[in-house]
Design a protein around this ligand. Structure first.
Ligand code: PRP
Ligand code: URA
Length: 219
């Protein structure tokens, strides 16, 4: 596992969330004995915390309101509703918790799976909200391994007009961060952990295994 300092020294552009609650919950999720229900609940709880971090710099404006005591100019989020884009299918595990925090967010889905032989992303679904160029776009997927999936998803969103994007994941590999930084230097990455490396099958080591299978109980 890398620290923020080590990542900075390696020139990897990524924000590591070192909050103790995030780290504690992530450790519980990594354990292979964790049942599907617990894994899902933990992912939902971690998404709340990741959502706070990725929305830290959202712009605010004020509007006049009446409290029971007096009127005031109170802060509210400004601009068009932000959009969460889930990379299917594991992205939906993060999406649920994000929507708990920002229920009014718009939601898009990019269906991609990794070909197990080539590790290239294969697209099978795409549906996103209108006016992508005017929204803050938060792309979510628990795993950034080779980054082939996220690079492809973000390119597709850019082709659709998205300009203000950020990517949130749970666990990433240094190889994936380097590849993503190179392909999309304008898109910040927020992650809860940067693990050691990728194995010969493109899995993150030590990682947590196949995120989709663990969320949906398909193995
Ligand atoms: C997983 C994960 C990412 C991708 C990461 O999805 O959720 O989308 O792999 O790997 P990469 O960075 O090397 O592209 P998977 O292809 O297993 O599909 P699933 O979510 O449908 O299980
Ligand atoms: N996808 C996963 O779900 N896990 C990995 O470790 C790599 C890609």
């Amino acid at each position: 596992m890398h620290t923020q300092k080590q990542l900075d020294e390696k020139g990897l552009k990524v924000t590591l969330i070192e909050h103790p609650l995030v780290q504690h919950k992530l450790t519980l999720m990594r354990e292979k004995s964790q049942p599907v229900t617990a894994f899902r609940s933990l992912l939902r709880e971690i998404s709340w915390l990741l959502c706070f971090e990725v929305c830290r710099d959202l712009p605010l404006e004020t509007k006049p309101i009446e409290t029971p005591v007096e009127s005031m100019e109170a802060p509210v989020l400004s601009g068009k509703k932000l959009a969460f884009i889930s990379i299917l299918r594991a992205g939906n595990g993060l999406l649920d918790g994000m929507l708990d925090v920002i229920p009014s967010a718009r939601v898009g889905h990019v269906g991609l799976y990794r070909d197990p032989e080539t590790l290239q992303a294969v697209e099978y679904y795409y549906k996103v909200p209108h006016s992508m160029s005017k929204r803050l776009i938060v792309v979510v997927d628990p795993m950034l391994a080779t980054a082939n999936s996220t690079i492809a998803a973000v390119q597709k969103l850019k082709d659709d007009g998205a300009v203000d994007m950020r990517f949130v994941c749970l666990i990433s590999a240094p190889e994936g961060i380097a590849a993503f930084n190179k392909a999309h230097p304008d898109v910040p990455i927020v992650t809860a952990a940067v693990d050691s490396h990728l194995n010969d099958h493109g899995y993150i080591v030590p990682g947590l295994g196949d995120a989709g299978d663990r969320i949906f109980g398909t193995k």
